[in-house]
Design a protein around this ligand. Sequence first.
Ligand code: PMV
Length: 362
Amino acid sequence: MDTYPEFKTTLTPDIPLSGIVKCTVPSNIALVKYWGKKDIQIPQNPSISFTLNVCKTETSIEFEKKQVSNEDYEFELLFEGKLKPAFEPKIKSFFERIEAYIPFLKEYVFKIETSNTFPHSSGIASSASGMGALAYGLMLIEKEINPDISESEMLQKASFLARLGSGSACRSIEGPMTVWGEHKEVAGSSDLYAVKVEENEIDSFFKNYQDTILLIDKGQKEVSSTVGHNLMHRHPYASQRFKQASENLSILKKALKDGDSETFIKIVESEALTLHAMMMTSMPYFILMKPNTLSAIEKIWEYRKDTGSKLCFTLDAGANIHLLYPEAESEQILDFINNELVVYCENGQYICDKIGLGAIIL
Ligand code: PMV
């Protein structure tokens, strides 16, 4: 069991009878990847990500004190305005995991309404923003019950709870960049929650960095992240990979501070390909990239060679490509996308996102 006394709170007798909280939490894209975990969502290596701005989940939680107390979780879940009983088991197991830290879960009847700014079947994982928003929303309720909790305690605990819902979700609460997982060079870093990378650790070159997501394949993934993480348990390259991720984080950290785009590109693209190499060398092995993923990558490399652009790519656990580039190159890169890359996107679709600051109270 996950027992961290620092995150436990007790219930005061005069809790509010009812209320509503609302927030948005964005998705995030890892630059150094988390792939492999132990216990309950404890990462095998540290990871670092850009918090996004456009792809996000909006969640409202209405809560009303139960008339008669009981030991059940009582909630209904509406996704994009419609009741979604299919999502309930996931919420129930999340509630079971976090109950030790959120003692009011059985005191209220909840109505959770949630929607995404990105299309449901876009191949973009909604677990980071979705679990992030649910965790942050619950912390807004906790703040009403316990107004003494500070802003930083609230953010840290929201990240801690989000991690228990879906590992990488813990990196979505704050921005523009966060680190999750202990790393000797990152002060305050922890396996239990993500910490914000201080603004003075990021050179102005990376401020307002753009992330255009090419929707190469909008279908459901054949292999879930959960299965993929588990395959790292008996993976022949696991220990070397976990060591490499820590080293890459050190190198990337320095590149971010120095505004060193060459090193940034090398590490980010290598991390993306290594993530997929781990999938291809698991037993059983699997491939989540599609032929169009590779075609687009070749075009990106060609474009960079021809123009000296700072454009690079990363991948998450799927076929879609995240194009990362400085704001100053936006116009040329959008032309490049429209002229050369849209042919590889399903229905010609892509999403223009950029680096963002995390959770927002509505
Ligand atoms: O949080 P999960 O279990 O969905 O795993 C996410 C894993 C990657 O997106 C592939 C990498 C990462 O660090 O976000």
